[in-house]
Design a protein around this ligand. Structure first.
Ligand code: ATP
Ligand code: MG
Length: 266
């Protein structure tokens, strides 16, 4: 008997209807993801990546098909799937600590004592190296730091699946590299299952076990899935000369710029 996948996207279609007009965004999305796998989704702007992530998060209903986590359908948001959005959604009136603590209280209000929830909040802030800024408010920290707090908040929920929608998109290249390294370390230490949307080919190759490449919309589907056969831990300065890295990079670039070029909507 073949083993059931941990997370399964089962023939997902998604259409939006507005003012009597229906637009088909996703068509026939089929994917199985293993526990602990790091999967990136890459595709041109507007093809439906965020829509797909929101479907997995349970924030957007499917039109057809289903999302199955450990063989059970999930169609509403839950702490088993935590999302980090591109525009870090911290509550501005709460401190860094309180932003994470709020999620901890929500998920572990009953299971952990107050002292345990305090310690767990600090532990997760330390994981992303933000313990020192625990009493600052979002307006007092940089974009990269906000993103770290968003990641801490998501990790603190101990999600089965971590969903990242272009988590480093708004950051400068150096901050981005630091955060990528942090996410790789956290993934190695905790073994979470991660789905990350990105526009960045190098980021996708460096971080992923597999790269899911989406065709252009309308009715976007998975055009190709590329395995990244590189040992972990991966070091950014070492991989750049690894032939496997270069081959993967070229395959993704070819997919995006030769076979599925971005076409500006008329
Ligand atoms: N709530 C909605 N109602 C109607 N159309 C929507 C809705 N959400 C998304 N769409 C449409 O679905 C398509 C895919 O959008 P989506 O945000 O998923 O793309 P994306 O791949 O994440 O793009 P980007 O890379 O720019 O973030 C777009 O054409 C968008 O206009
Ligand atoms: Mg998007």
């Amino acid at each position: 008997m073949s083993q059931k996948p941990y997370l399964k996207l089962d023939q997902i279609d998604k259409s939006f209807t507005r003012a009597g007009r229906t637009s088909e965004v996703l068509k026939g999305i089929e994917l199985a993801i293993d526990k602990g796998e790091f999967v990136s989704i890459i595709g041109h702007s507007g093809c439906g990546k965020s829509t797909l992530l929101n479907i997995i998060a349970g924030l957007t209903p499917v039109t057809q098909g289903a999302v199955l986590l450990e063989d059970r359908e999930v169609n509403a948001p839950g702490p088993d799937r935590a999302v980090v959005f591109q525009n870090h959604s911290l509550l501005p009136w709460l401190t860094v600590y309180e932003n994470v603590r709020l999620a901890v209280d929500k998920v572990f209000g009953r299971a952990k004592s107050k002292a345990e929830r305090h310690a767990w909040t600090l532990h997760n802030l330390d994981l992303v190296q933000m313990g020192h800024a625990r009493d600052k408010r979002p307006s007092e920290i940089s974009g990269g730091m906000k993103q770290r707090v968003g990641i801490a908040r998501a990790l603190a929920m101990e999600p089965k699946v971590l969903l990242l929608d272009e988590p480093f998109g708004a950051l400068d290249a150096l901050t981005r590299a630091h955060l990528q390294d942090s996410v790789m370390q956290i993934h190695a230490a905790l073994g979470n299952t991660v789905i990350m949307i990105t526009h960045d080919v190098d980021e996708a190759v460096l971080l992923s076990d597999r790269i899911v490449m989406m065709t252009n919309g309308p009715a976007a589907h998975i055009g190709e899935v590329l395995g990244v056969p590189m040992e972990r831990p991966r070091k950014r300065l070492e991989v750049v000369s690894d032939p496997a890295y270069l081959r993967c990079r070229e395959a993704v670039l070819r997919f995006l710029y030769e076979r599925h070029r971005y076409v500006e909507a008329a």
